[in-house]
Design a protein around this ligand. Structure first.
Ligand code: DHB
Length: 475
């Protein structure tokens, strides 16, 4: 069975790429289908890149062809289809002047497997939709299975698969990390002819994950409560397949202000219902005003972020909401910081009442292009749209798998969210990180708020790949 998914690593091309005065030489294998029955062949294939040294029996950065981790970057933005990426400059709108993580990974001795994946804009040749949830995560799982299926011929260690993604891609990296081998995805994987293999991964790198969608509207109103002017983006996929954000701005209507208050109250209830604890004892909770230990915990992450920046020589005088005494950060005024940042998204931030968000489109069907994924969104709907099936919402949310009850959870997570990024509430990645830590204290969960970073990823690649190498060789 699955013989068509047995890969023969012939046909590779040796390429040398020079960028910004740096150079890397690797063997490139492109356009490898990773499922037997692709519905969108363009988005169900991957590229594999291998440091050329490994074909000469040499080591790179202390790694060998046997020990090299496999770096698995997805190229998903705004829940659209992702390309099979290649070493080069970052293709994302915010990173075009930045060498991408694939290039750096190869320099540092990682094998790179870069899968394309379907997204909300994918269509079959027949014109039917092909990218509704959970296609994007199913494809990434199929790519992992393909690598395992070819463990004997793929250079690198298929037990050290490390995924990486940013924004919607960060959410998918998180989901790949927590949902390993869950039976929930099995029918979808079977349908596209994925290899019959395990799909758990070793580690997940998640930059600004736009995740936990069914609680993201509430979390947003808790953080941005009372800030009524918004400057948002509507995401469109251009002819090159790149996601572009078109700006729009406005002020909340009285109805939106009322909804903001309701969502904020719902968030308090949600947080208190999670019974999150830090250090095994202190429960993270919120009072009716939205204050409490949960908020204090977020402020601690912000202070730690400011402290790291200070230690690295940053001038924090432009951040009057940070209190510095000597060379210690001793206070952080969250409200003042938010007032400076301002609200990005309107109310609701994700489950749009007119049903036009990227996330609404993620839950499309053949006959309904946009659907809701919260009862609150449905209750405010302006145009007869329906609610996605609970099972679909479930398989898209990493929070649903974080306890490992029905899945094999990665051992390592590296989660980053920028302190000037208002695409989702900072509570969202913090809840994910604290949940992982609480459910299994033996997990390595490295969560930081990244000082002065907006909505972007792969910005600290030296640290990121040093961490990835260390955990890969240590376990
Ligand atoms: C992305 C950004 C968003 O604001 C969002 O709602 C979904 C995805 C992104 O950049 O991928």
């Amino acid at each position: 069975m699955n013989d068509r998914l047995k890969w023969k690593p012939d046909g590779g091309r040796t390429e040398t790429l020079e960028l910004k005065g740096q150079s890397v030489t690797y063997r490139a294998f492109r356009n490898i289908p990773y499922v037997e029955h692709p519905v969108c062949p363009e988005h169900q294939k991957m590229n594999i890149f291998v440091p050329e040294e490994y074909f000469r029996g040499e080591s790179v950065n202390g790694l060998t062809v046997e020990t090299a981790p496999i770096f698995l970057p997805n190229a998903v933005g705004a829940y659209a289809a992702g390309r099979a990426d290649a070493p080069g400059m970052n293709f994302r709108s915010w990173g075009r002047d930045q060498i991408n993580a694939l290039f750096v990974a190869l320099q540092k001795g990682f094998v790179v497997a870069a899968p394309a994946s379907r997204g909300r804009n994918s269509v079959k040749e027949s014109g039917e939709t092909a990218g509704a949830a959970p296609a994007c995560i199913v494809d990434l799982k199929a790519a992992v299975r393909f690598l395992r299926h070819n463990r004997d011929v793929i250079p690198g260690n298929t037990e050290r698969i490390i995924s990486d993604g940013t924004s919607a891609g960060g959410a998918l990296s998180a989901l790949l990390g927590v949902s390993g081998n869950s039976a929930d995805y099995e029918p979808y994987l079977r349908e596209i002819g994925a290899a019959e293999e395990r799909d758990d991964i070793f580690a997940a790198i998640c930059f600004c994950p736009i995740m936990n969608l069914e609680h993201a509207d509430m979390a947003y109103e808790w953080l941005l409560d009372g800030l009524n002017d918004y400057h948002s983006l509507r995401f469109r996929v251009n002819e090159e397949g790149t996601v572009v954000g078109e700006p729009y701005a406005g002020t909340l209507t009285p109805e939106q202000e009322q909804a903001s208050r309701e969502l904020r109250a719902m968030f308090v209830e949600y947080v208190n219902g999670l019974h999150l604890c830090v250090n095994g004892t202190q429960e993270l909770s919120l009072d009716a005003q939205g204050d409490g230990t949960f908020k204090d915990n977020l402020v601690r992450y912000l202070m730690a972020s400011a402290q790291r920046a200070l230690d690295e020589g940053a001038d924090l005088s432009a951040a009057p909401y940070v209190t510095v005494e000597g060379n210690r950060v001793t206070g952080f005024d969250l409200r003042a910081h938010m007032e400076r940042l301002q609200r990005m998204k309107p109310v609701p931030a994700f489950d749009d009442w007119e049903g036009i968000s990227a996330e609404n489109e993620l839950f499309q069907t053949e006959t309904e292009r946009f659907r809701h994924f919260t009862e609150f969104g449905l209750a405010h709907d302006t145009g007869g749209r329906s609610l996605a099936e609970p099972e679909l919402i479930h398989v898209m949310n990493p929070m649903e798998y974080a306890d490992g009850q029905n899945s094999d959870v990665a051992r390592h997570f590296r989660i980053r969210y920028g302190t000037t990024d208002c695409h989702t509430s900072w509570a969202i990645p913090m809840i994910f990180a604290e949940t992982l830590k609480q459910k299994d204290p033996s997990l390595d969960v490295d969560f930081q708020l990244a000082w002065d970073k907006s909505h972007c990823g792969d910005y600290d690649m030296d640290d990121m790949f040093a961490w990835a190498k260390e955990i890969s060789l240590a376990d």
